[in-house]
Design a protein around this ligand. Structure first.
Ligand SMILES: *Cc1c(COP(=O)(O)O)cnc(C)c1O
Length: 373
């Protein structure tokens, strides 16, 4: 790809941090993990942080530690990454898919309320594409119906809702550090929470079921190896030191796209701002106008790829994935269906310059025009 969809941004200082771990004798469960956990905690303003091997494993442990299992339902969006719903399935519980708001692309609180049953135990709310979800309404529902709230903040580190960091609202929250995320550790994730006992459970579960007071061959509960190595954590520590710069360069890329696409007919741009919320830019996802079909969108994607421009279908709804065909058919997810058939993620990363943004805009303009002929 001439212009890839995503590209990690690793500085020389970050390479040095990783190398210095390799020269040490501590490759797992060491000082870098503690430093990385502490830096996330202070950034999000939550007391407990537990580094894990991925965002997916972090979500799994949250479901597990909340005691959610067979017979229980968890409300999740279908318009998101599959890991959110998989975490529910891993524990034998049932994901209940709820439709989204067409502007923020996050769970629509009115529809969440309609989906609550006696079996509902939790709302897994995703801050999709780094746009903070409607937390006031979600928390109000959770309180009224005695539900737990897990924030999937894997796409949203640094986003704020009424001035507060996402990840600080729910009973627990999960961040992820895959290479296309705002901050990367190669692979990795972090659970944050304000609940000491919950944190202790998660800490034990990620480390083969050992509490911190247990010796190495004592396993008090069922656990997994979901640890994050010192090598990954060192990279995370260094990335966190420049998170403000990273987020502001991503916001600048989003603004440049907004301008470059403002005259492109048939392409709807994402909101640059929403009242009371600060977006943390994860991806830049446009939508073709409603007159276009899924086939049109796929044709545009093929034309861009043929010109060496990376792009992606963010997201193909979870409820229509083959892996989910065994679930009872879900209620109509009209907005999810309509949005997901027309979205297209454009190249988006820290160092994407204006010249290449203009090339993408031009190629997109030509591709959409060719549909109308
Ligand atoms: C990336 C992502 C995850 C999972 O993260 P991994 O680290 O890749 O396991 C979970 N939920 C959402 C919404 C994501 O975007």
């Amino acid at each position: 790809m001439k212009i890839p969809l995503s590209e990690p941004d690793i500085s020389e200082a970050e390479v040095e941090e990783v190398v210095s771990v390799l020269r040490s004798s501590r490759l797992s469960l060491g000082p870098k993990m503690e430093e990385f956990e502490a830096s996330l905690c202070s950034y999000v303003d939550q007391p407990f942080g537990i580094a894990v091997s991925s965002g997916t494993t972090g979500l799994h442990l949250c479901i597990r530690a909340l005691g959610i299992g067979p017979g229980d339902e968890v409300i999740v969006p279908s318009f998101t990454f599959i890991a959110a719903a998989n975490a529910v399935l891993y524990e034998g519980a049932t994901p209940v898919f709820v439709d989204i708001d067409p502007l923020s692309l996050n769970l629509d609180p009115d529809r969440v309320e309609k989906a609550i049953s006696e079996r509902t135990r939790a709302i897994l709310v995703v801050h999709t594409f780094g746009i903070p979800a409607e937390m006031d309404a979600i928390l109000e529902l959770a309180e009224r119906y005695c539900l737990k709230v897990i924030e999937d903040a894997c796409e949203a580190i640094g986003a704020t809702y009424h001035g507060r960091q996402v990840g600080s609202f729910g009973d627990a929250a999960v961040f992820a550090f895959y290479p296309n995320k705002q901050i990367t550790t190669g692979e990795g994730g972090m659970v944050v929470t304000g609940d000491r006992n919950f944190a202790m459970q998660i800490r034990a579960m990620r480390n083969q079921g050992r509490y911190e007071s247990d010796e190495w061959h004592q396993h008090s509960i069922l656990g997994w190896n979901y640890r994050l190595s010192e090598i990954n954590c060192a990279l995370g520590c260094a990335q966190m030191r420049r998170i403000d710069d990273i987020l502001s360069s991503r916001a600048a890329v989003a603004r440049a796209y907004d301008e470059a696409l403002s005259n492109v007919d048939g392409v709807e741009r994402p909101p640059l701002q929403l009242a009371g919320r600060e977006i943390s830019w994860f991806v830049y996802v446009v939508r073709l106008a409603p007159r276009f079909s899924r086939e049109d969108r796929d044709a545009v994607a093929r034309m861009l790829i043929a010109r060496g421009i990376g792009c992606g279908r963010y997201f193909a709804p979870i409820h229509s994935q083959p892996a989910y065909s065994h679930l009872p058919s879900v209620s109509l997810l009209t907005v999810t269906e309509s949005v997901s058939s027309r979205t297209l993620a454009l190249p988006f990363f820290n160092r994407l310059d204006k010249g290449r943004i203009l090339q993408v805009a031009e190629a997109l303009d030509e591709a959409v025009r060719s549909l109308e002929r």
